[in-house]
Design a protein around this ligand. Sequence first.
Ligand code: SF4
Length: 261
Amino acid sequence: MDGKVEVQFSLQAGRRTIDASARVPTGRVPLVQIIPVIHGIASALAQAGIEDVQEEGKTVSCRAGCGACCRQAVPVTEAEAQYLAALVESLPAAHQEEVRERFREAIGRVEAAGFGHKMRNLGDYGEDERFRICLDYFHLGVACPFLEDESCSIHPYRPAICREYSVTSPAALCANCNPDEIERVPIYARPTRALAGMLSEAEPADAFMLPHMNLIYALEWAEGHLPEEPRSTGPELLRRFLERLSNSVGANEPQAPAPRK
Ligand code: SF4
């Protein structure tokens, strides 16, 4: 007995139905506890899109060693910030310090460029202004602190938004942040948006906001915020996530890559 229960569910991904199951804690837990399950769902949805473009004869350009998109602003949810902080905490001391130093450097570069306040408070701005701020961030060329040798050093544990983004267009277009020419692989639901609404009391239809925290602030944020008081069991959290996911945009909405990854 590991205090978990298996929950079976189906995901609709375009014309595919994905039958899935996940083991989640039986008791009340904070949202961070089911992040691995949510990340698995994000990967399954992404894979459905990849198989669809492959059936059309296209090739996905994303591969290890290409960090072209990893200099964009990376929106992460609060629960993912806690998850990433725990992940960093679990690294061997020397590696952990390297990663922490990259986080500090990234924050320092944004501060030095004079828009740290804006980046920390993206939620205070409307969508157009957020886009401009994130474009400024992109033009700074700050690599994600988890990027090592142009590869994701936490690939199995990367945030949902990173799983949602893959392309069939050349990597150079991602590197130049050219939204008009980038050809995205379809993602048939938006796990990051669904997750962002999870701690909200709003009805699912009102809860599709993108999280306003950029990944570079995840460790700092998590240091000052303990996981929320658990009020829901693992199956309840998963059910609420799936409910939000099912309404979280049905197709490959056009995206400007800088703020939305
Ligand atoms: S977490 Fe990994 S995939 Fe996501 S932006 Fe950072 S290095 Fe890239």
